[in-house]
Design a protein around this ligand. Structure first.
Ligand code: GDG
Length: 462
């Protein structure tokens, strides 16, 4: 087995708290790193006055992490700038929010070059290098510039936008060309992969063969759809832990016989939170008999608070939840509990299990792991219903969810009613099919699918 080097913007080494707070991705990557004695490289999350390239090497629970500090300007231009104000909105089909500042692009290039310079001495012959996500598109090319001939793969966690949309990115072609430095490029879904292929065939005169080999001129890469999963067995266990059971008991007490609808999302405009609230408002407007019988718990820990569009979505959700509660609440019932903080994973699992409905309505999402976690946490004998946006990558696999158009308040309202009234037999039937997929295509399956594809590629001569 080759040694694995994982590169991502932030490094999440194991904390030793087990199911406590580490997400499935971090667990799966940590396991692979431990097995192969690999290294996880990325930004420390800290800033420094002057970039030095000093690597902080740490070993936590068998995983070696190598982190570097960045300058404040790097963080502004690369992370808050190009990654989260240009690429994130554009790749989530939000041209209206995308900002095209040349300073951002310069900072993005600079940090990717700094990452490559710092990482290069750590790479040994035969290592597999696996780069993650939109922060680091050009990293592979920068490593090749330095003569790295190892197999290098790239996985994109977010959508790939349609061809026509991507054209609005200045220097779009340069960005796409950087991908050809990788041997394998993985997307969450067939749909995102197809968008990529459309771009390459229309804009670059490229072609794709039946093995997924995408060729432009004399360069090629293997493109695969490789949907990320969760650590299913860990999450099932977590939903039965004492912390989860206790949380469920407390939720039951505070619900006072009412049905719980749950949403859990980073506070991000891509997650369709406003549209979700509006759909729920429509449901309340159309179904007076349910007043006082249900409530929506929306957990939304703030993220990327330095970016203005995130401050705006936060303010608008505060106003919207206040307006809906003001219009419908009475002295004994508040229709929306809107909470801006995070909870430990095992408590989250207990909340999912207590919920009659998991409401997952992103306007666009690479995959969406909350949908999978909600299903995994259910009681097999009395499972809740997953309502899922057809624009989440997860909808390609989870076809037995109640699929909705998140832009339509009616669609959301009708789905909530359908789910609340769904007979037990149908709930079990849908849940079993969903769970079948979530077990078969879990995070270990995903990691192996990607690394197997990368290992199949012959290594270039150094
Ligand atoms: C990106 C892509 C893709 C949320 N609140 C709490 C909490 N969370 C956890 C969830 C879940 C994770 O955060 C969110 O994952 P998602 O997949 O839903 O969304 P993104 O953060 O946007 O992730 C996405 C993913 O990468 C992986 O490829 O699926 O499409 O956008 O695990 O449970 N965790 C805890 N407390 C919270 O309050 N502990």
């Amino acid at each position: 087995m080759s040694r694995l080097i994982v590169v991502s913007n932030r490094v999440q080494p194991p904390t030793g708290e087990g199911a406590g707070n580490q997400g499935g991705l971090a667990v799966a990557l940590s396991a692979a790193l431990r097995e192969s004695s690999g290294i996880w490289f990325g930004w420390s999350g800290e800033t420094t006055d002057q970039f030095t390239g000093h690597i902080n090497l740490q070993r936590n629970f068998g995983v070696t992490s190598a982190t570097v500090d960045l300058e404040e300007q790097d963080v502004d231009e690369y992370y808050n700038g190009y990654a989260n104000r240009t690429l994130w909105p554009l790749f989530h089909y939000r041209m209206d929010l995308a900002e095209f500042e040349s300073g951002f692009a310069g900072g993005y290039e600079r940090v990717n070059t700094r990452f490559a310079e710092t990482l290069e001495p750590l790479i040994e012959a035969d290592d597999l290098v696996w780069v993650h996500d939109y922060h680091l598109f050009p990293l592979g090319e920068r490593l090749r510039d330095r003569g790295i001939a190892n197999r290098i793969g790239f996985f994109l966690h977010i959508p790939w936008p349609p061809h026509g949309l991507l054209l609005s990115l200045p220097n779009h072609r340069e960005l796409v060309e950087t991908l050809f430095a990788y041997d394998v490029v993985g997307f969450q879904t067939q749909a995102w992969l197809q968008n990529f292929v459309d771009y390459v065939t229309h804009e670059m005169d490229g072609s794709v063969d039946e093995n997924g080999v995408v060729t432009v001129g004399d360069r090629s890469l293997v493109a695969i759809a490789c949907p990320i999963g969760i650590d299913t067995s860990e999450f099932v266990e977590s939903a039965q832990s004492s912390a989860a059971r206790y949380t469920r008991y407390r939720m039951g007490q505070s619900a006072n016989g009412r049905d719980l609808i749950v949403g859990v999302d980073r506070l991000d405009y891509s997650k369709g939170l406003e549209e979700r609230f509006l759909g729920y408002e429509r449901f309340l407007g159309m179904n007076e008999s349910y007043h006082g019988e249900v409530f929506l718990l929306q957990i939304a820990p703030p993220s990327r608070g330095d970016v203005q569009s995130y401050q705006e979505i936060r303010a608008s959700l505060d106003a919207l939840s206040g307006r809906i509660n003001g219009a419908f609440a009475d002295i004994e019932w508040v229709p929306i509990r809107y909470v801006n903080r995070g909870y430990a994973r095992d408590r989250l699992a207990g909340i999912y299990r207590a919920a009659r409905i998991g409401l997952v309505t992103p306007l666009r999402d690479g995959m969406n792991l909350v949908a999978k976690e909600y299903v995994a946490a259910q009681d097999p004998e009395d499972p809740g219903v997953l309502i899922l946006s057809r624009f989440a990558g997860a909808a390609e696999q989870l076809t037995d969810a109640v699929l909705i158009n998140p832009y339509s308040p009616e669609d959301i309202a009708e789905a909530i009613k359908l789910a609340l009234e769904m007979p037990l037999e149908e709930r079990i039937d849908r849940w079993q099919k969903l769970m079948g997929n979530i077990i078969a295509e879990d995070v270990v399956w995903w990691r192996k699918r990607f690394t197997d594809a990368l290992e199949r590629v012959p290594q270039m001569a150094g």
